[in-house]
Design a protein around this ligand. Structure first.
Ligand code: UD1
Ligand code: CA
Length: 472
């Protein structure tokens, strides 16, 4: 049985009031269409997935091109029925079609498989995936032959409902299976005589029934799965539903997430068991967190890898970085792309890092900028240390070897090598390489004037006495 999956994604999404095409809006960190393609490609290979594009076709195609699916252009968007007419030639070689909507992003592969299997076992010309959500408003309603029958007789759009039909709670999800032959034999029967003046794919139910073809309906296990995203509000509600379900899946695998409704976790994020995530944490993109980590509130971690036993204190911002096991960060550490923090290393408050490596057990505990730097193990970076990596034209590297001690408020002008075990005196400006085990002082020597303060105080006192006696 050859199946193709067609995804309708050409519409503008007028109800969104947005410049961006609807299917490019994001929920759960991915475009709506990406979610639908991901589900579809679990059921058929990407070369059997046909995406109907139209509004902002170039941008939509570019956004999902890497998935390997095929595209068909619907230059003018004249309705869902017209979208399917557009793919006629492309899919004529398949016995059956599954039709998905680009704006129904929570749909699970297992539900598509159920639809497919039911369609085949019922030998139907058309199978409609339905649901019974709390609020059926604005969806098309599915009319069955009788309440207990698998057979449907029509789909009626919201605007065309009679008062009697408004009581029907079973909605059309906009997801169907068709026997290709029967669909295209009758698709020219569609007309535009409806509230929107469009070709409605939903009318195929009535048309096929008239042609004595079998049309059946199957209800999805969860109504949430088939909710559509037509407005920003619906989009945000689906985003919340998706993120909550991600959190629930992680919790089922042993991750503790306090107040999961406040966390923002993207769908590709992986977290190991016994990790604890506090409220208001964001884990974004391709982030992997190991086991036994603690991620405290208000930290935002994107495209980063954390090994086991990592402690992220409050308010850390981490992008495209790697943190090895038992390291401790924050509060308020900022790791910019290319930072690698070694095992048991510490990066403290208001430390900014970029393209750098901090070796095992090294510490930069307070107020530093460490960029374009290679720092060995057991190094101490004093408070306020700055790597001056940029001369206004080029970036230069700083190399600090194992066991070095950099005193507080040091200015390290790159390119620079500080040798193994060397000491940098606090407050130094270092412009030349420091050999291993040396002490480098890059500041003026202190002058101490004994008793100076005391004599100044007595001078001031004497001057005041003179003033007083003059006035007296
Ligand atoms: C559609 C169904 C409705 C169902 C609902 C479920 C119709 C007439 N109605 O309504 O019964 O309850 O979905 O979510 O089908 N599209 C194209 N080309 C077009 C028009 C639309 O590709 O010319 C695409 C859109 O980009 C979208 C999908 O088809 O991804 C559905 O279109 P939309 O306008 O959102 O249909 P609904 O009004 O939601
Ligand atoms: Ca829709």
């Amino acid at each position: 049985m050859r199946f193709a999956i067609v995804i309708m994604a050409a519409g503008k999404g007028t109800r969104l009031k947005s410049k961006r095409a609807k299917v490019l809006h994001h929920i759960g960190g991915k475009a709506l269409l990406e979610h639908v393609i991901l589900a579809a490609t679990q059921i058929v290979p990407p070369e059997d997935v046909y995406v109907v594009v139209g509004h902002q076709a170039g941008a939509v195609q570019a956004a999902v091109a890497s998935t390997g699916v095929k595209f068909v252009t619907q230059a003018e968007q004249r309705g869902t029925g017209h979208a399917i007419q557009t793919v006629r030639e492309a899919v004529s070689g398949y016995e059956h079609l599954i039709v998905l909507s680009g704006d129904v992003p929570l749909l699970q592969p297992k539900t598509i498989a159920r639809l497919r299997d039911f369609h085949l076992s019922e030998r139907a010309a058309m199978t409609i995936l339905t649901a019974a959500p709390d609020d059926p408003n604005d969806y098309g309603r599915v009319l069955r032959k009788s309440p207990a029958s698998a057979e449907a007789i029509a789909i009626v759009e919201q605007k065309a409902l009679t008062p009697e039909q408004e009581k029907v709670r079973e909605i059309n999800s906009g997801i169907y299976a068709f026997a290709t032959e029967h669909l295209f034999k009758n698709i020219s029967e569609l007309t535009t005589s409806n509230a929107h003046g469009e070709y409605y794919l939903t009318d195929m139910a009535r048309i096929l029934v008239q042609e004595k073809q079998r049309v059946v309906a199957i209800e999805a296990d969860s109504a949430t799965e088939v909710l559509g995203a037509n407005t920003i509000l619906e989009m945000v509600e689906l985003d919340a539903a998706m993120r909550l379900s991600i959190a629930h899946k992680l919790m089922a695998r042993g991750v503790t997430i306090y107040r999961p409704e406040t966390t923002v976790i993207d769908s590709d994020v992986k977290v190991g068991a016994d990790t604890i995530i506090e409220p208001f944490v964001q884990l974004l993109g391709d982030t992997h967190v190991g086991e036994d980590c603690l991620i405290r509130s208000y930290s935002v971690i994107e495209n980063s890898i954390l090994d086991h036993h990592v402690l992220i204190r409050q308010g850390c911002i981490i992008n495209d970085s790697r943190i090895h096991s038992s390291a401790e960060l924050g509060p308020y550490a900022r790791l910019r792309p290319g930072s690698e923090i070694g095992e048991e290393a510490h990066v403290g408050n208001f430390v900014e890092t970029k393209k750098m490596r901090l070796g095992k057990g090294s510490k930069a505990s307070h107020l530093s900028y460490l960029g374009d730097a290679e720092i060995g193990s057991g190094v101490n970076i004093g408070a306020g240390t700055i790597t001056c990596n940029y001369d206004g034209v080029n970036k230069h590297r700083t190399l600090i070897e194992d066991g070095a001690f950099v005193g507080s408020h040091s200015t390290l002008v790159a390119p620079l090598v500080i040798g193994q075990g060397a000491y940098i005196a606090g407050g130094s400006t270092i412009t030349e390489d420091v050999p291993p085990d040396a002490l480098a002082l890059g500041r003026t020597r202190q002058t101490t004037k004994v008793e100076w303060a005391k004599s100044r105080r007595s001078q001031i006192h004497a001057a005041k006495e003179v003033e007083k006696s003059r006035q007296g």
